[in-house]
Design a protein around this ligand. Structure first.
Ligand code: GUN
Ligand code: ZN
Length: 458
């Protein structure tokens, strides 16, 4: 993703939407919503410089781009996704443990091959950008090759990415198991090489409690003690059979979450996917530790795992972010993820507002990751990670959009009816990394050449 140098001063004219706070659960509340219809977003040297009304046209030193009538929001943040599972997306007929054995582990084993790992990492990074996701917390495989390939792909695109070698020293097939000394050495080397390099950060990544021995979990805890700024990611309480298995494997623990607590894995940089089968004590522990649950509704529906209790998390003041969990999830689109989150809550008798959903996928996730100084909003000084969207595509969605009576109704229809086909362009640190073609071929342009094209046309 090389391409021309981006123009140092770009100005995008669109309907700007971001959040200054949490809109909260419950009925749509406009309090924390910042909607600036027809405004310029000024980007200087990769950062947001200012916002000004559409009528106030920037001077000739700015490269002006007109997205009037389209929606500009911060780049979306996916807090749990597997880069090595694109091959198993939409695999039929299994619940979690069976799905892992039959589809997922064989696909991940192929990432021992460096050429395969590199090709898949490139495809994955491009796919995130083509879905409007500019920051992600990612599971690769146990192989250091897959971690290096992913960091490398993200770095060349300028993306904010958090990942780390998956730890598995039991209950996994040959070729996907490591051991404590080998895993420790690899983690230390990967942290030294990548953590804090540009926009990259390392996450200590025990897959889930079933596939790590207590010794390996203790090693992961010791790593977090030694490297205070690294993240931790894992899975917790996703599926009932899984929860029963963990209770057998760790009889001394009060709960599945408590296994991680005892190993010293819960802190404000911990991201735990799913968290469906938790109790109030678990939620209090999450709130106390500052750890977040990466709610993955598409995956939970697809694998039949259960219905996440967002309201209980909110009541406990525990952090929730949103995640695609591909390949358990069936789409990298955070719009589809938000729409599935709405459906899951509807099945619980709760209505998730579009404001709450979009906040969670932008500023909320940035805050939960302690990265809100850099991502998640259109505040001056933030990295210019932004996406531009059609409010509607296709006759039905356009008809619905035209009838929307207020911003929430419009945004809700966008979130429920839209997907990556609504995405017009993705900028990462002020550089175009995805641009939809206008030729109706369905093909897309992923190189950073739109800026050069616009400059040439200007
Ligand atoms: N639990 C352990 N590994 C996985 C995985 O790859 N996907 C999901 N959804 N859950 C898991
Ligand atoms: Zn997962």
């Amino acid at each position: 993703m090389s391409g021309a140098q981006p123009h140092p001063r770009r100005a995008l004219r669109a309907d700007l939407l971001d959040f200054t706070g949490d809109p909260g659960m419950g009925a749509p509340s406009f309090g924390a919503v910042r909607h600036r219809a027809d405004h310029w977003l000024l980007i200087e040297h990769g950062r947001i410089a200012a916002v000004q009304p559409g009528a106030q046209v920037p001077g000739s030193e700015w490269l002006c781009e007109d997205y009037r009538g389209q929606l500009l929001i911060p780049g979306l943040i996916d807090t749990h996704v597997h880069s090595v599972q694109l091959d198993v997306i939409a695999s039929y007929g299994a619940e979690l443990l069976d799905w892992l054995e039959r589809f997922t582990f064989p696909a991940e084993a192929r990432h021992a091959d460096a050429v395969h790992a590199q090709g898949q990492a490139e495809a994955f990074a491009d796919a995130l950008l083509a879905h409007g996701t500019t920051s992600a917390v990612v599971f690769p495989s146990v192989h250091a090759t897959s971690v290096n390939a992913l960091f490398d792909a993200a770095q060349r695109r300028g993306m904010r990415l958090i990942t780390g070698k998956v730890l598995m020293d039991r209950h996994a097939p040959e070729g996907l198991r490591d051991d404590v000394p080998q895993a420790l050495a690899q983690c230390e080397a990967l942290i030294a090489r990548w953590h804090g390099t540009g926009r990259l950060a390392y996450a200590v990544t025990p897959r889930f409690a079933a596939s790590s021995t207590p010794e390996q979990l203790a090693m992961a805890g010791a790593l977090l003690q030694r490297h205070r700024s690294v993240y931790m990611q894992t899975h917790v309480a996703e599926n009932r059979a899984e929860v029963a298995w963990i209770a057998e494997l760790f009889p001394e623990a009060r709960s599945y979450l408590d296994v991680y607590h005892r190993a010293g894995l819960l802190n404000e940089r911990a991201v735990l996917a799913h968290g469906i089968w938790l109790d109030d004590a678990d939620r209090a522990l999450l709130a106390d530790s500052g750890a977040q649950i990466a709610h993955s509704p598409s995956s939970n529906l697809f694998l039949g795992s259960g219905l996440f209790d967002w309201q209980a998390m909110s009541d406990a003041k525990a952090a929730v972010s949103l995640a695609s969990d591909v390949g358990g999830g069936t789409s990298l689109s955070m719009l589809r993820t938000m729409a599935d989150a709405y459906r899951v809550q509807a099945l619980r008798g709760v209505r998730l507002s579009a404001f709450k959903a979009l906040h969670t996928a932008t500023l909320g996730a940035a805050q939960a990751l302690h990265l809100d100084h850099e991502i998640g909003s259109l505040e001056p000084g933030r990295a210019a990670d932004v996406t531009v969207w059609d409010w509607a595509t296709g006759a039905v969605a356009r008809g619905r959009d035209a009838l929307a009576r207020d911003l929430h109704e419009r945004l809700f229809a966008w979130m429920m009816l839209g997907d990556e086909r609504n995405l017009v362009t993705t900028l990462v640190a002020g550089r175009t990394q995805y641009k939809r073609r206008n030729d109706d071929s369905g093909a897309s342009e992923t190189a950073d050449d739109a800026n050069a094209r616009r400059a040439a046309a200007a």
